[in-house]
Design a protein around this ligand. Structure first.
Ligand code: PLP
Length: 496
């Protein structure tokens, strides 16, 4: 203590003052956070773009960012109806313009009436505008074939990410072996590992079965749970359906089995359903956990705790930048639900334009309204193109020796497995890189294609993957897939 005091006085005598916040003194949980989707590979992609702009010669003329599920960044056009309503909400003077259909005006008016001072610029209540929560409840009821949803159980959020982290915050408690363990799929969307690291919760990995199209196997869940009980108290089971990065769509039977498992083992269920509109494969269908849970009847329907998440970022709208989303909680303890509302109130409210956008997503134009035809055509076009791109991706990858890709049944990504020659693995190790990171970096340097290494999502030891979005326009995607295939062949030859 004395030497520290002396050190400080010496430092101040010299006019030097050490930083209060350093890597050693900062929150160690934050240091442990990793988020591969925007990790080192993306930083290198940004540098390459800068170099291209400065005229540096490269073997490619543009960097193609197939690393993140951001549809509009890849050229997808916004849905006209959504943007028209938003335009009027943001600038109500346009209400008198003849350029906007009547139903657009009515919709904007309705949203503005529900805002403080009839302005999108006012805070809303923390759980979101009541009218919009009611519209969300009606959407869920329609989606789930009439199963009721209570607006009081719906909380609007800043994208789904915010709601996922909020629910995790409520669940993480205890010390040592009593610390909350959270089961997450591997491969996973790295929001989960990042949030768990930040909250200092225990991550419990359960592996999806690549040999069976990334299906979720209850025996594997049980293995993960039993092993985890030695080091933590598993209390949460997270499921991503349709899957990111793996693109699988769960069957109803699988969902029922997961619910039974969660019930028997006393686990809180978190169902990440942000890709509920993105189902392409024939015979695949989205089943919400809420619907299946309710239809299973008591005790599941009356006791099993569930939080399910949705977002405006994905689907056919891809409105990531508006940061709209919601969580619906089912069978949550009433007192805890109050705590959740309190926690949300600390952040005042989710962005109001995002809330307005969510309202349009959950209550699009009705068939009788003037905007319906165009809305329906735009929606179908995006979804049909995504379905074609999902098929194309699977087909091209599976024609390539050394690459294997499961069907992209849903979501927006392929997660192909690549064989990497032992000399490439060795070279990566010499460079201190994960082998698939080495592959992805070489791919980026040589072709300008930016994909995310499988190691950022988790994978079985000794297997290598990368995640690529299916979002580029179809002709660009075709070119990109061909380039990738050639690069892999060349890489394999070089290191064989
Ligand atoms: C599975 C999954 N959950 C949640 C999110 C977060 O989405 P947002 O916060 O934009 O709603 C994403 C984004 O890619 C995702 O893929």
């Amino acid at each position: 203590m004395a030497s520290r005091a002396n050190g400080q006085s010496q430092a101040s005598r010299n006019g030097l003052k050490g930083k209060v916040l350093t890597l050693d003194t900062m929150n160690p949980c934050v240091r442990r956070v990793e988020y591969a989707v925007r990790g080192p590979i993306v930083h290198r992609a940004l540098e390459l773009e800068q170099e291209l702009r400065q005229g540096v010669k490269k073997p490619f003329t543009e960097v193609i960012r197939a690393n993140i599920g951001d549809a509009q960044a890849m050229g997808q056009r916004p849905i006209t109806f959504f943007r028209q309503v938003l335009a009027l909400c943001v600038y109500p003077k346009l209400m008198s313009s003849p350029d906007f259909p009547e139903d657009v005006k009515r919709r904007a008016e309705r949203i503005l009436q529900a805002c403080g001072g009839q302005s999108l610029g006012a805070y809303t209540i923390s759980s979101g505008i009541q009218l919009i929560r009611e519209d969300v409840a009606q959407y869920i009821e329609r989606r789930d074939g009439g199963i009721p949803a209570d607006p009081n159980n719906i909380f609007l959020s800043t994208g789904a990410s915010d709601a996922i982290v909020t629910v995790l915050k409520l669940l993480v408690a205890g010390e040592g072996r009593a610390r909350t363990g959270v089961l997450i799929p591997i491969p996973q969307y790295p929001l989960y590992s990042a949030a768990l690291a930040e909250l200092d919760a225990v991550q419990v990995d359960y592996y999806l079965d690549e040999e069976r199209a990334w299906s979720l196997d209850i025996a594997e869940l049980r293995r993960a749970l039993c092993q985890a009980r030695d080091r933590c108290c598993p209390r949460v089971l997270c499921v991503i359906n349709p899957g990111n990065p793996t693109g699988q769509v769960q069957t109803r039977e699988c969902i029922e089995a997961v619910i039974r498992f969660a019930f028997e083992e006393g686990l809180f269920l978190m169902a990440d359903e942000v890709y509920q509109d993105n189902v392409y494969a024939e015979g695949s269908q989205f089943h919400s956990f809420k619907k299946v849970l309710t239809e299973m009847g008591p005790p599941y329907s009356t006791q099993q705790e569930l939080a399910s998440f949705h977002s405006v970022s994905k689907g056919y709208m891809g409105e990531c930048g508006f940061r709209g989303g919601y969580v619906e909680v089912v069978n949550m303890d009433a007192e805890v639900q109050k705590q959740m509302a309190k926690l949300m109130s600390v952040r005042l409210c989710p962005p109001v334009p995002g809330q307005a956008l969510l309202d349009m997503v959950v209550s699009p134009p009705a068939p009788s309204e003037p905007s319906f035809k165009q809305f329906q055509a735009e929606r179908q076009e995006v979804l049909a193109e995504l379905a074609a791109k999902a098929k194309l991706t699977e087909q091209v990858f599976n024609e390539a020796p050394g690459i294997r890709c499961n069907p992209v049944q849903g979501a927006m990504y392929s997660f192909p497995r690549v064989q990497l020659p032992p000399r490439a693995v060795q070279r990566a190790q010499e460079l201190g890189l994960a082998p698939d990171m080495f592959f992805c970096l070489c791919l980026l340097e040589e072709t300008g294609i930016c994909v995310v290494p499988g190691s950022g999502f988790g994978q079985q030891e000794g297997t290598y993957h990368f995640r690529m979005t299916i979002l580029p326009p179809i002709e660009k995607l075709r070119l990109l897939l061909e380039k990738l295939r050639h690069f892999h062949a060349k890489f394999t030859e070089e290191y064989s």
